[in-house]
Design a protein around this ligand. Structure first.
Ligand SMILES: Nc1ncnc2c1ncn2[C@@H]1O[C@H](COP(=O)(O)OP(=O)(O)OP(=O)(O)O)[C@@H](O)[C@H]1O
Length: 503
C-alpha cells in the first residue's frame, strides 16, 4: 500500500496542495480528478520524487520514502509516464526503453546490444508492441510511443505506476488496448494512479477516485458511489448544466476560405477539398491520424504541399508558410501540440500571449517592445480566458496543462485573426475551462463573425459547436453532416449518426 499523508506543497504565489492524505491500495486503479491547476500532477510528482513536499510524508509498504529525485523513485519501483511523449525520436525502441539503465548493459566500455534488445523485447511483449526492438521511435504513432513509455516504466520493475493523462493522444481503440494492459497490471497487484479529464474513461477503468479542488482534497470514494454528475459537482463546486448553443446559419453565406485539391505526398492524400464560410464553425471530425491536422498543415504549407490551391474570399492566394498565413492573410492556427509548437515554455505568460501580435506592444515611434504595454495587452486576454497564473511574468512552463492551453488560444485571439483553425482545443482541459473555451469559440463565430475550423475527436465538442461537420477517415473526407434537421436532433441521435459514418 502507498499512503500519502498530510502533504502540502507551495510554489511562489500558489498553494498547489494543502494537507492531502490519500491511501492507494495494491491492485487498485485510482483516478485523480480535478480542474486544471487543482494539484493532480503536483501530487504525482511528489510521489515520484520530482518535487519535494513542504510538509507531510509518502509511505510505501510501511516505509517512509525519502526521495531526492526521480532516480530514487525508480529504485523504489515507482515509475511515472508523463502526458507528453518523452522519448528520443532518433533512438531505437530498445534504446529508449533502457536509456536510464545503459550502465547495466555496458562492460569495459562495450555495449551489449544483444542483451539490450532481448531485455527490451520482454517489456515490449508485455505491452503488446510487435516491432523489431531496433526500429526507430520516430516512425511510430503516438499510441505506440505511449506504449514504449509504459514499457520503459515497467522495465524498472514498477510496483507503483503513475500515468498522467495517458490517453490524451490516443484513439478510442488505442485507449481500450491501453486499458486492457492496465487491468492486467492491476491484476498483478500493481498500484496504478492516473490522471484523466475524460470522465467516461474514468468510469470504465477506475476502481477508486479522488477529487481535488484548488489544492484541497474534496473526497475519495469507490467508483460505484461516484456517478459523473457527483464527480463534476465535487470538481467545480456546483452543478454543471449542459446547454444547446443554438443555430449558426452562416453556411449559406460568403465563402471565406476554399481549399481545392490539396495533395500531400508525405501524408499520402490527394485532392482534398472543402469550403468554409464567414461566421461559420466547420468541424473536422475523425480519429487521431485520420488526416484532419495533416490537411490543415499541408494547406498552410507548414508541411509541403504537392498540389492544389487555396482561395480566400474567392481569390487564389499563395500561402507559403505559417507566417504568411498569419501576417498577410490573418489565418491563425492553434495547434494541438502545444508543448512543442504552441508555446515558449521558457518565456513569460505575457510574452506568449502577445507573441503573434508584437506590433501592438511596440513603443509609439520605434519597433521595440514596450514591456509595460505587452503586459497590459496580455492582461486583457488572461482575464478574458481566466488564465490561472501567479503573475503575467510567470514562465508559461510553470502553469498547469489546461492553463497552457488557454494561453495558446489567447495568443491567437490577441492576434485578431479572421480565420482561426483550432486543433483539439480542450485536450487536457477540465470541464469548467472546457465550457469556457467552447463559449469563446462559439462567440467568435456567432458574435464576431470569425470563421472557425474546429478539429476535434471529441464528439460532444463537435456537436456542441460545429453546425457543419466533415468526416475524415483514412486520409479522405468521407462525408458531410449539415442542415438544421440534423442539428435539431438530440445529442445522442447525432452521435449515433456520426458513428454510422465510420462503419
Ligand atoms: N514548477 C512549478 N512552479 C510554479 N508553479 C507550479 C509548478 N508546478 C505546478 N505549479 C502550480 O501549481 C498548481 C497545481 O498545478 P498542477 O500541475 O498540479 O495542476 P493539475 O491539477 O495537474 O492541472 P492540469 O489538469 O491542468 O494538468 C497550478 O496553479 C500550477 O500553476
Amino acid at each position: 500500500m502507498l499512503e500519502v499523508s498530510g502533504v502540502s506543497k507551495s510554489f511562489p504565489g500558489v498553494k498547489a496542495l494543502q494537507d492531502i492524505s490519500v491511501p492507494f491500495k495494491d491492485g487498485e486503479i485510482h483516478a485523480l480528478l480535478g480542474e486544471n491547476g487543482a494539484g493532480k500532477s503536483t501530487l504525482m510528482k511528489i510521489i515520484c520524487g520530482i518535487y519535494k513536499a513542504d510538509t507531510g510524508k509518502v509511505v510505501l509498504d510501511g516505509k517512509e520514502l525519502k526521495l531526492h529525485g526521480y532516480g530514487d523513485a525508480v529504485k523504489q519501483h515507482i515509475s511515472m509516464v508523463h502526458q507528453e511523449i518523452q522519448l528520443i525520436p532518433e533512438g531505437s525502441i530498445a534504446e529508449n526503453i533502457i536509456n536510464d539503465k545503459i550502465s547495466q548493459f555496458t562492460k569495459f566500455g562495450f555495449v551489449n546490444w544483444k542483451a539490450i534488445n532481448q531485455f527490451a523485447l520482454k517489456y515490449m511483449k508485455e505491452v503488446g508492441l510487435d516491432f523489431p526492438p531496433e526500429k526507430k521511435v520516430r516512425f511510430l504513432s503516438a499510441a505506440h510511443k505511449q506504449l514504449i513509455q509504459i514499457a520503459k516504466a515497467l522495465s524498472a520493475d514498477a510496483r507503483v505506476l503513475l500515468l498522467d493523462e495517458p490517453t490524451s493522444s490516443l484513439t478510442r481503440h488505442e485507449a481500450n488496448t491501453l486499458f486492457e494492459l492496465v487491468r492486467k497490471l492491476k491484476d498483478k497487484g500493481m498500484i496504478i494512479i492516473f490522471v484523466s479529464h475524460k470522465l467516461e474513461e474514468v468510469q470504465v477503468i477506475a476502481d477508486r477516485v479522488t477529487v481535488f479542488r484548488d489544492g484541497r482534497l474534496v473526497g475519495t470514494d469507490s467508483i460505484g458511489n461516484m456517478e459523473n454528475s457527483k464527480i463534476i459537482k465535487m470538481m467545480i463546486g456546483r452543478d454543471f448544466v449542459y446547454r444547446y448553443r443554438g443555430r449558426l446559419d452562416a453556411y449559406n453565406g460568403e465563402v471565406a476560405l476554399e481549399a481545392r485539391n490539396i495533395t500531400s505526398r508525405i501524408h499520402g492524400f490527394k485532392d482534398m477539398s472543402f469550403k468554409v464560410h464567414k461566421g461559420e464553425i466547420l468541424g473536422f471530425y475523425g480519429l487521431v491520424g485520420s488526416g484532419r491536422t495533416e490537411l490543415v498543415r499541408t494547406m498552410l504549407n507548414i508541411d509541403k504541399r504537392d498540389g492544389g490551391e487555396v482561395l480566400l474570399w474567392g481569390k487564389p492566394v499563395k500561402i507559403d508558410s505559417f507566417k504568411t498565413a498569419l501576417h498577410k492573410y490573418k489565418i491563425g492556427y492553434v495547434t494541438e501540440n502545444r508543448k512543442e509548437e504552441g508555446l515558449f515554455l521558457e518565456h513569460t505568460v505575457a510574452m506568449n500571449v502577445c507573441v503573434n501580435s508584437w506590433n501592438k506592444s511596440y513603443y509609439r515611434h520605434i519597433p521595440f517592445i514596450n514591456l509595460k504595454k505587452e503586459k497590459e495587452n496580455a492582461d486583457v486576454f488572461a482575464k478574458r480566458l481566466e488564465i490561472k497564473t501567479p503573475s503575467l511574468n510567470t514562465l508559461a512552463g510553470k502553469l498547469s496543462g489546461g492553463n497552457q492551453q488557454k494561453i495558446s488560444i489567447a495568443k491567437w485571439l490577441a492576434a485578431d485573426c479572421d480565420i482561426l483553425i483550432i486543433d483539439e482545443p480542450t485536450v487536457g482541459v477540465d470541464i469548467g475551462a472546457k465550457e469556457y473555451i467552447h463559449e469563446l469559440i462559439w462567440n467568435l463565430a456567432a458574435k464576431e463573425g470569425k470563421t472557425v475550423i474546429l478539429i476535434s475527436s471529441d464528439m460532444n465538442e463537435m456537436i456542441s459547436l460545429a453546425r457543419r461537420i466533415l468526416i475524415f477517415r483514412d486520409r479522405q473526407i468521407t462525408g458531410e453532416l449539415s442542415g438544421e434537421e440534423f442539428f435539431a436532433k438530440s445529442g445522442e441521435e447525432i452521435s449515433t449518426e456520426i458513428g454510422k459514418s465510420f462503419v
